[in-house]
Ligand binder design. Structure first.
Ligand SMILES: [Zn+2]
Ligand SMILES: [Zn+2]
Ligand SMILES: [Zn+2]
Length: 288
């Protein structure tokens, strides 16, 4: 059985930490201290013995995330074997352009995307050049149809409700030889999902869930109304999943720059840890 490592290569909301044009306490700290910067949420599935890796989401921080991963796992020069896309928002897609002629100039990297996303990428500038020049090859991602990466490793897409302007939005089950991981970086509300998050979480060994906002006050001090940016609050998610922390490791990712739990010694972080939840960090790894 070959070893599979899930590497969490980014943990911030789309705009990253620091966030552009923000000078809140967290952003100022991150501007001055590169160690506490966070890149946009993404995962890599690494097969170290086969010297292969797969990417989940192509963020605007892809070049940094990819180089760090390649150096860490001695994968220098190895292009991802495939890429899976959750949805078309700016934190999850634009890194794809690095595969094009102005960047790496890859050769037919399989990119798994839903029907709406495939249509968007195949028929609109600048994305369409990637398929025209055969840098990427678009592959179908269908709700609840698993994509096998090898005999013991698969990625299963599940549709989730989100502001789907240009694409559908998927969450992913990453089923390794030993562990099942549920990855939901973006979702509007747990109640709007066809599936029950409590049941889903029970089936997982590890969950990496939308932790964009801790509570409505996150947004008040940056002048945004929580209701206009729908995400489940971390406090709500913790209430729902409180009884599962002994059986499932539940991490929050996709953290907004305003989220107080990104500060290691904050009261909010201490409270979260006391309840048995975790905050994902860039570079976090699991053997799955
Ligand atoms: Zn996002
Ligand atoms: Zn900020
Ligand atoms: Zn989004």
């Amino acid at each position: 059985m070959s070893k599979v490592i899930l590497s969490v290569i980014g943990t911030a909301q789309d705009g990253g930490l620091p966030h552009p044009n923000c000078f809140c306490k967290n952003c100022k700290r991150a501007i001055n201290d590169p160690k506490i910067r966070r890149t946009a949420s993404a995962l890599a599935i690494v097969l170290p013995e086969e010297k292969k890796w797969h990417l989940i989401d192509a963020t605007p921080d892809l070049k940094e995330q990819m180089s760090k991963l390649q150096m860490k796992f001695q994968l220098e020069g190895k292009i991802m074997s495939s890429t899976f896309l959750t949805h078309a928002h700016m934190g999850h897609l634009p890194g794809l352009l690095f595969l094009g002629k102005e960047g790496i100039n890859t050769n037919n990297v399989p990119v798994f995307a839903g029907a709406k996303m495939k249509n968007m990428l195949g028929n609109n500038a600048p994305w369409q050049l990637l398929t025209k020049l055969e840098n990427i090859i678009l592959k179908d991602l269908r709700n609840e149809e698993a994509v096998k990466l090898n005999e013991q490793l698969s990625v299963l897409p599940v549709l989730v409700p989100h502001r789907n302007e240009f694409s559908e939005t998927f969450a992913f089950w990453i089923n390794g030889p030993n562990k099942k991981v549920l990855y939901i970086p973006d979702i509007d509300r747990w109640e709007e999902w066809e599936m029950d998050i409590v049941n889903a979480c029970k089936k997982a060994d590890i969950c990496l869930l939308d932790g964009t906002f801790h509570s409505p006050s996150d947004l008040e001090h940056i002048g945004r109304d929580f209701r206009e940016v729908p995400h489940p609050l971390m406090t709500t998610t913790m209430d729902k999943l409180q009884d599962l922390t002994s059986q499932t490791k539940i991490y929050f990712t996709h953290l907004n720059h305003s989220n107080p739990t990104i500060v290691p010694n904050s009261e909010e972080r201490k409270e979260l840890l006391k309840k048995g939840f975790f905050i994902a960090e860039d570079g976090l790894e699991f053997v799955i």
